[in-house]
Design a protein around this ligand. Structure first.
Ligand code: SAM
Length: 220
């Protein structure tokens, strides 16, 4: 499985490569500092793995964090986030190939993050893209998701409700969003599925088990 974890700024995201046995994971975030944090989190977790032996499988989270802090990383976090093609971790075939990139995924044309991917995760991010780039940017984002998926692939999104947009444009929070917000015509609850369908992505599953709805779209 090839997955792109869009916006991998939390440790949970770096876990997914291990826990769902992805062969390859690509993370993208606009903020280089957060990308560096993701690098650090991943290196820490990779350093805690006990590799497989002839009589036992690989064990994730085997060594305590204290061991890594005391004796050092087995895999140093990379600091040059601009050139990540030759990942040290990628030389271990039993581990996912993991690469992180910093950039605006809507506007950037980085061939290394073009896909095709089997799964794209866009969690807690579409609102920010929508506010930053407006309705046109939202459509560009959905088009890019569709074209970056392999046939049969899935886009998993977290639906941030319109009410959460209203909270994001409170005075003093992000002044430049206010003007963009006033012009938005598309609404998450009523427009997203139709827009995605125009790009060949069909809603196939939804879950309200988490505080925000998770929707899964399938590329036929
Ligand atoms: C609320 S955080 C969500 C992080 C993570 N996906 C999660 O679920 O915990 C939103 C992230 O999206 C990133 N972001 C916003 N706009 C972006 C864009 N156009 N391209 C890439 N990343 C973007 C921000 O830097 C931020 O790290």
């Amino acid at each position: 499985m090839q997955a792109i974890i869009a916006f991998p700024t939390d440790i949970q995201s770096t876990r997914k490569g291990f826990d769902f046995a992805a062969a390859s994971v690509t993370g993208v975030d606009i903020d280089p500092e957060l990308v560096q944090q993701a690098e650090n989190s991943f290196a820490l977790r990779a350093s805690r793995v006990r590799p497989a032996t002839s009589d036992s499988e690989r064990i994730v989270d085997y060594f305590p964090i204290s061991v890594v802090l005391e004796h050092g990383y087995r895999f140093e976090p990379r600091t040059n986030i601009a050139s990540q093609q030759d990942s040290e971790l990628a030389t271990f075939p039993e581990w996912p190939r993991v690469s992180f990139f910093s950039g605006d995924w809507v506007t950037s044309a980085n061939r290394a993050t073009e896909g095709p991917y089997d799964v794209i995760l866009a969690l807690s991010v579409i609102k920010w893209i929508h506010l930053e780039h407006g309705d046109d940017g939202l459509v560009t984002f959905f088009r890019k998701c569709a074209s970056s998926l392999a046939p049969g692939g899935y886009l998993v999104i977290e639906l941030q409700p319109w009410k959460s947009y209203e909270r994001a444009v409170r005075p003093g929070v992000a002044p430049h969003f206010m003007e963009s917000f006033r012009k938005l015509k598309y609404r998450p609850e009523t427009s997203f599925s139709a827009l995605l369908q125009e790009h060949g992505l069909h809603l196939c599953n939804e879950s309200d088990a988490l505080p925000r709805r998770i929707s899964v779209y399938h590329k036929a």
